[in-house]
Every structure is written in C-alpha cells, then in structure tokens.
Design a protein around this ligand. Structure first.
Ligand SMILES: Cc1cc2nc3c(=O)[nH]c(=O)nc-3n(C[C@H](O)[C@H](O)[C@H](O)COP(=O)(O)OP(=O)(O)OC[C@H]3O[C@@H](n4cnc5c(N)ncnc54)[C@H](O)[C@@H]3O)c2cc1C
Length: 495
C-alpha cells in the first residue's frame, strides 16, 4: 500500500488513484471526480501530471491518450467582494466564455472490442436519465440494453448540476414526481451500496416582489393539498431558518424542510453500476452519428464504433437531444441554454437549506465539504450549446450572493463551470413515442430539474416500456403536445 500523496490539497494518495483506475475510472475527468484530486485550492496544478502518469502506467495507454481535465477558472482563488466589483453591462448578452475541453469521440482509453451488432434497447446518453432508465429496465428483467455515451459519465448536465432536490413545484405532476424521487433517493445508498450524500436540509425560497410572493403562496397551497408541508414565512421567520441572511428587499419566503441536496456524481455512478451488474452494457466515449430508418421504424443506430441493430431506441441526450433527433429527421422544440455555477473554498457548516431567490434565479447551498455551491441564471443568455465560463457570471453571482449574505464577501471562489439547461416551451419534459417513428422514445427536456425527476420518471418509463400499459405521463408530456398546443406550464423554475 502506498501512502505517497499525489494531491496535497485534497489528500489524495497514489493508492487512491490506483484504486479508482482499477474500479474502472479510466480517464482523467472520471478519476478527478472519483478521488477529488485537482478540486482543491491549486486546481490540479501540482498533481495533474502525476495522476496522468499513473493512469498511463496502469493502463498501458500511450501518454498522448491521457488527456488532461478541463481547467476551471478562476486561475487563482479570488474573493467574492472583488469579483462583485467587476462592472457588468446587464443589457448585453454574455460573451462566449472559456470553452471546456470536451473529451469525446476517439478516446484512446475506450475498450478495444467492437460494440454489439444488435440489442433490444439502445439508450442514447449516459446522463442521469439514460442510466436511471437502464437500471429500472434491468430491474424489471429487460437487460438486453446498451447505453451509449459520447464522453465520460458525468460529461453532460448530470455531472455539472447543483444537486438540488425539492417538492416545491407549481403543478401536481411535478410535485408527485419529485416526492417519489426523494423517496427513492432516501433508499438509494442502501439499495445501491454507494453514498450519495443526500442531505434533507430543506429549500428556502425568497421572493423580492409581490408577484413572486404570490407565486410562492399559490404553489404552497397546492403543495399542502398534496401533503407537502411547505410553509409561507415572513422575512423575519425566514431569517430564523438562516440567521446569516439579510432579507434585504425580501417580501416573503417559502420553506419546505424535507427538500435537500444530493451529490450528483455518485448518484449517476450508482445507477450505472447497478445497471451493469444486471447485465446492461454502458459504452462511454462512443458517439451516435446516425440512424437507419425504414418502414417508419428505426432499424439500427450508427455510431463511431459501428452499427447496432435494435428494437427500441431511447433518446436521452439531454441538451444535445435536438441535434441527435435531427439525425433521424425528427424536430424537437427543446433549446439548450448555458447555466453557470461555482464552488468556493470550504467554510465551517452554517447553511442548512438550499436558498434561492426566485426573482433573480440566484441559488446556493453548502456542501458536506463546507463549500458554497451556487449558480444564477442570466436573462440575456442566448440559446446554444455553450459550456464556457465567464467573468460576467462570477461578478453577477458574487454581487447577488453578498447582498443576501454579506459575511460571504471575503470568501474565495475556487472554481466555476457551466452546463446546459435543456429547455422546452412549457418547462416540462418530452417523453413517450415519436410521431411517425414509434420505436424512438423521447426522454429529454428536463430544463434545470432533471436530476431530481430522474428516479421517478425512469421508474415509470421502464414500467411503461416493459408492460406496455397506459401511463398518462407519456401522453401528457408527449412530443405531439407542442403541435396541438396541449401545454402544461411549470413556473417554479430557478434561473
Ligand atoms: C448548472 C446546472 C445546475 C443544475 N441544477 C440542478 C439541480 O439543482 N437539480 C436538478 O434536479 N437538476 C439540475 N440541473 C438540471 C439537470 O442537471 C438536468 O436536467 C439533468 O442532468 C439532465 O439529465 P440528462 O440525462 O437528460 O442529460 P445529460 O446529463 O446532459 O446527459 C446527456 C448525455 O448525452 C450525451 N450525448 C450527447 N450527444 C450524444 C451522442 N451523439 N451520442 C452519445 N451520447 C451523446 C452527452 O455527452 C451527455 O452525457 C442543473 C443543470 C445545470 C446545467
């Protein structure tokens, strides 16, 4: 056993890295997420090369095959108060930002053997939706399933989100889905044998206008009807929940103590490992490039590693779903929108709930490691598959956060990143059959809340696929609703 420390910031040893590689985390991004190396103050400057060398030695890969992880700005830790002083032109759309290195396609560490020639179900996208569905299908005995992911697991929105899980929604469907998801999350660690750090510290929504306060009150009434005990609090009562909040400009709060935060990466890996244990194949670094369609059905999926004949294909490619659907001639109404997020240096625990200002789209929580993790939507963000990071976001977020919690002004931001919300016209997903192509099933459009919906939606979708019984979720949210105007708008959207 080696006690050599490779990452001094996060105390990651050579042995930890070897263990991760042996467990199947065979690219630098995945090793970073599994061990935590490179996530501390130095952001990998002192350990990246040592981990890369260990990976190359252990796998026999050529040094050129081992790609570094995406460097995360800022270059050095910077105080919130300084970042908040950077001027921002609120009228101008954000510029492109620093583009991440996306390690997809011809990755040299992917398995040498070809993809199978045929399978019953192909799931496109190894995000939370695709993997949770694969797990639930396998649980019901349908194990001839292949998940295709063009990058590493966690490459998409599922590896980039804030992990917030809440029952506070504006429609009965979403309240019920979220409630079931949280129930399943509570059983997850026991059932899957992986710690997902679920912490039910509640969600505290703040409204800064009377209009938003009214939205909170209306939603809370609906929650209470569905047995979700959301309370409407005065600003003073909200401050009792988080004494560090200034409540400056706050009109009303909504608080539900059973909401919380889950750590995204092990949640995703837990589903992947459980599915694989039951016989599902998960092929990473494998890109879907086209479809073979004839007689009104998808006959095969084409990839950069070969053709796979299938009976059913599920499109779960998140924000990339429209471009993948287009390969089969299918138009989706979804539009990707970048959403930026950051993490600070760790602080002593003080923040129990996730706090969100509904008007501005600011949200923040404190992780189990003590970091403040938070994001904020930008009303000027144009549609596009952009995952770059901007100084504009750092400035807007820091200003909004320190206005609400002034004592965080001296806290340093360690890293920022971005992902894409997969936005639909009514903020609800696209599920079920594709008109004109019935064996292509849709599973996308989860905006900024897919992570928390995945357990419940995938459970129902697997049951619906396997038994072919009716479930109104898959007609209520089908693709055809955008043509017929049968929309059901969700309004409790952050950002
Ligand atoms: C910054 C941010 C914060 C968020 N916060 C929250 C939150 O607090 N709570 C919450 O519930 N949700 C949150 N979300 C939303 C949530 O992350 C998403 O709704 C959810 O992860 C979507 O999962 P998915 O599986 O549909 O998509 P993804 O996780 O994006 O997975 C799709 C996968 O498809 C792959 N793919 C794309 N094209 C191809 C191809 N041609 N071939 C093969 N594979 C392909 C991609 O690489 C990707 O890995 C947040 C999102 C962001 C960006």
């Amino acid at each position: 056993m080696s006690k050599s420390v490779l990452c001094t910031c996060e105390d990651v040893t050579l042995d930890d890295v070897r263990h991760a590689i042996d467990k199947g985390y065979r690219d630098i991004e995945s090793i970073k997420r599994y061990t935590g190396f490179g996530t501390g103050v130095c952001q990998g400057k002192s350990c990246l090369s040592a981990v890369a060398r260990t990976l190359a030695e252990r796998t026999g890969a050529s040094p050129g095959a081992v790609l570094p992880f995406t460097p995360r700005p800022p270059l050095h830790p910077v105080e919130m108060s300084l970042l908040g002083s950077v001027p921002v032109d609120e009228q101008r759309p954000p510029a492109g930002g620093v583009p991440p290195v996306i390690q997809v396609g011809s990755h040299a560490l992917r398995p040498p053997e070809p993809v199978p020639e045929k399978t019953r179900v192909v799931i496109i996208g190894g995000g939370i939706m695709g993997l949770a569905l694969a797990h639930n299908l396998a649980k019901l005995g349908c194990t001839d399933v292949l998940v295709l992911e063009r990058g590493y697991l966690c490459a998409g929105a599922s590896g980039r989100n804030g992990g917030g899980v809440r029952m506070q929604w504006s429609t009965p469907t979403n309240i019920e889905l979220a409630r079931r998801s949280i129930e399943l999350m509570k059983q997850f660690a026991g059932e899957m044998g992986i710690n997902v750090w679920l912490r039910q510290g509640g969600y505290l929504f703040l409204a800064r206008t009377e209009e938003m306060a009214e939205r909170l009150r209306t939603s809370a009434e609906l929650h209470n009807k569905h047995g979700v005990k959301t309370q409407i609090l005065s600003p003073g009562e909200g401050r009792d929940v988080v004494p560090e909040l200034t409540m400056k400009g706050v009109v009303a709060c909504a608080y539900h103590p059973d909401d919380g935060v889950i750590f995204p990466w092990p949640f995703l890996w837990g589903y992947a490992q459980a599915a694989q244990k039951r016989g599902v194949r998960v092929e990473t670094f494998t890109t879907v490039t086209g479809f073979e369609v004839s007689g009104g059905r998808v006959r095969a999926v084409e990839t950069d590693r070969g053709r796979i004949a299938c009976e059913t294909v599920v499109l779960a490619a998140g924000a990339w779903s429209p471009e993948v659907a287009k390969l089969a001639g299918v138009e989706l109404p979804n539009a990707p929108h970048r959403h930026e997020i950051l993490s600070t240096e760790p602080l002593k625990p003080f923040l129990t709930p996730l706090v969100s200002v509904l008007d501005s789209g600011l949200y923040f929580s404190q992780s189990m490691r003590g970091e403040i993790v938070g994001g904020m939507g930008d009303p000027r963000e144009p549609a596009g598959l952009n995952q770059g990071s901007t100084l504009r976001f750092l400035s807007r977020f820091s200003r909004a956060l320190t206005e609400q919690v002034p004592r965080l002004g001296h806290i340093k931001v360690l890293r920022q990143w971005a992902g894409c919300y997969d936005v639909t016209p009514d903020n609800n997903p696209v599920l079920g059959h594709t008109p004109g192509l019935p064996n292509m099933l849709q599973m996308s459009g989860f905006v900024g809340h897919g992570f928390m919906m995945a357990p419940a939606v995938s459970e129902r979708m697997a049951a619906w696929m396997v038994s072919d019984t009716q479930d109104d979720l898959f007609t209520r949210f089908d693709l055809d609703r955008f043509r017929t105007g049968r929309l059901e708008r969700e309004t409790m959207i952050i950002g």
